[in-house]
Design a protein around this ligand. Structure first.
Ligand SMILES: NC(=O)c1ccc[n+]([C@@H]2O[C@H](COP(=O)([O-])OP(=O)(O)OC[C@H]3O[C@@H](n4cnc5c(N)ncnc54)[C@H](O)[C@@H]3O)[C@@H](O)[C@H]2O)c1
Length: 325
């Protein structure tokens, strides 16, 4: 199994889950945002998905029969300022993956998609049939890929499952791997940073139409995401149909809920300041994951926000500077 982006946060957890489930894994990553030390499961092949030759020879060399494509950029704000970067890496990247698969007759793909493909929700919880109208080039770059899949299936027989993650969070419960983004844009690691004397946390808006005025999101444990990937690829191997699945807990949590959970788990205060709303931040985003439950048999093992924060905190305590130490 080729895992592009497997040196990154979610891909490294997926590689672990795949190896544990008995699959052979090759991580293909150019380390632009990932970490060599995060590749603890499977072989490592340093390479860029923007290099079609290298991608193809890696698939050939390892006799790959399925691909999980995580490699992408994912900072929504940056995607607004620099859409070209997102179209190049995320769109050209997935096209290269599909072309290499078609050329080598590899017919199984699991793709990292996102709730950002939905844009501003018109109803919650969000189901897979909710209209997809992204409001930034990041979401658009993932939707382009999703829309390409049926065409590649018809012409080249590639079957693809797109997994639309909500907010990935937490760390490997064994403490082997965790989250190390630079810059860190996600609220739980930032709140942990604030609790441990780092930069204070900014809360972007407290006047949303939500119970405590802060945005509601759906935090899903990274190990649960990894488990869904194993289920998705195994279901495709058992001739399941292509499709798309939301991955979330279905429970909305506010930014203030996150702060309270971090304070409970760490026993420390989280200093925070109020900042203006960010453009394009919907008030409420949470998933209906019934389809994944019914069709993939997937149920999150770590639905509790405290458990999610606890695993992130354990990782942070043993790796205060991420993979740097
Ligand atoms: N983190 C989230 O909350 C979240 C939510 C929804 C979707 N996703 C999607 O999940 C995937 C993984 O996200 P993550 O949080 O693990 O990010 P990450 O940055 O930790 O991992 C991405 C990995 O891809 C690699 N990469 C990027 N461009 C590459 C290229 N051109 N060639 C080879 N490798 C390349 C990076 O080095 C990194 O190791 C992404 O596709 C992202 O869009 C993430």
């Amino acid at each position: 199994m080729l895992v592009t982006g497997g040196a990154g946060y979610i891909g490294s957890h997926a590689a672990k889950a795949l190896v544990r489930a008995g699959h052979r894994v090759v991580v293909y990553d150019n380390l632009v945002a990932g970490h060599r030390a995060a590749v603890k499961y499977g072989e490592f092949h340093e390479g860029d998905v923007l290099d079609p030759q290298a991608l193809r020879s890696s698939m050939q060399k390892y006799g790959v029969s399925a691909v999980m494509h995580f490699a992408a950029f994912l900072d929504v704000g940056e995607s607004v300022r620099e859409p070209a970067k997102y179209y190049r890496n995320n769109v050209v990247g997935v096209v290269n993956v599909l072309e290499a698969m078609a050329a080598l007759k590899i017919d199984t793909l699991v793709f990292s998609s996102t709730c950002a493909t939905y844009g501003e929700p018109i109803e919650t919880p969000i189901t897979e049939s909710h209209p997809q109208r992204p409001i930034n080039s990041y979401g658009e770059s993932k939707l382009v890929a999703e829309r390409a899949f049926p065409h590649y299936e018809r012409a080249y027989g590639i079957r693809a499952i797109a997994l639309r993650y909500f907010n990935a969070a937490g760390a490997d419960p064994d403490g082997e791997i965790g989250e190390d983004h630079s810059p860190e844009i996600h609220v739980i690691p930032r709140a942990l940073d604030a609790a441990t004397g780092g930069e204070g946390l900014k809360v972007f808006g407290d006047d949303y139409p939500t119970p405590d005025g802060t945005c509601l999101r759906d935090y899903i444990h990274v190990t649960d995401l990894a488990d869904a990937h194993v289920r998705a690829v195994e279901s495709l191997a058992a001739r399941a149909k292509s499709g798309a699945y939301n991955l979330g807990t279905g429970t909305p949590r506010s930014v203030k809920d996150v702060i309270a959970a971090v304070e409970r788990v760490t026993g420390r205060k989280v200093p925070w300041t109020l900042a203006p709303r960010r453009p394009g931040d919907p008030a409420i985003l949470y998933a209906s994951a019934d389809k994944a439950r019914l069709e993939l048999g997937w149920t999150p093992a770590y639905p509790s926000l405290d458990d999610i924060v606890r695993t992130a905190w354990t990782w942070r305590q043993s790796h205060p500077r991420g993979y740097g130490g």
